[in-house]
Design a protein around this ligand. Sequence first.
Ligand code: PEP
Ligand code: MN
Length: 347
Amino acid sequence: MMIIMETHATKTQCNHALAWINNKGLTPHLSEGIERTVIGIVGNIRTVDHEQLLHLPGVDSVMPISSPYKLSSRAFHPEDSIINIGNQPIGEGQEMHIIAGPCSVESKTQIIETAHAVKEAGAHALRGGAFKPRTSPYSFQGLEEQGLEFLAEARAQTGLPIVTEVMSQNHVDMVANYADVLQIGARNMQNFPLLKQVGKKTNTILLKRGMAAKVDDLLMAAEYIISQGNTNILLCERGIRTFETATRNTTDINAIPVLKSLTHLPVILDPSHSTGHWEFVTAVAKAGIAAGADGLIIEVHLDPRTAFSDGDQSLKPAQFAKLITKVKAIAQAVGRKTISENLYIPQ
Ligand code: PEP
Ligand code: MN
């Protein structure tokens, strides 16, 4: 349920409404917009008398919320959320945000050289997996904590914030100590204990859509995180499983505008995993930006043929630099801020 305050409702009237909700044993969530203040109510709303609410001073109207997700819904929070990665904002009206790097951290020199290369091309953040969710238990599983150390070294040299996956509840504290952004992979999108645990952290969370998850399932997963107090969430479309086998997954471009209408959270696209082939990554990246994505996450490898994971879908640094030029043109064409030059001052 949502309370919409009158345009000129005073602070005292808002506080009174908040106290009233608290007294009923419910949780109010205040959203102060430019036009109006909205108060969302979470809890057993059956105990609430609508008439009483309507008669509280400063209350304009009361609306039920039909969606099962509340705090992540646009109805609850009409203003777009702007989330930070390092000190760079990402979200509606902000500069298009690019995260790039290898699928896996393979060695110190590999991640440091890649970090310099993607930074030079215009990336805002560095990705790289230290804990890898692999289909086969015999495939490379990641360098684990050593991989995180190498990522931290790459950040120290380039100033690029780090995005890396956390796969297990046991590793949340460790990964959070190194990373700027905790990635929840497609395979863990509905690992509810993991979602709850990252919800207790202050790191930004990059939540990837499960390969068989509906948009609503993704939003319910975000709700798990946000309900624990962490509102810094980026949603990521990374392709879904369909009958099509020409690509690794099927990019659900629809999900971008659909998510933008249903939620205030920023939405990014991963055209590397959604296509599975480097030849198609740039075209689909352009489509994502044209459709309104707030950013992209792209796999880049110095020598894709020798990559420990996802070489087929990885761009070489020069190809990535070309991608940036092309998506910048699309961003410009659709009226969104592109990437400013020399974003980072190396530390
Ligand atoms: C990845 O980002 O390398 C990854 C494993 O992604 P996803 O969880 O989307 O498959
Ligand atoms: Mn990958």
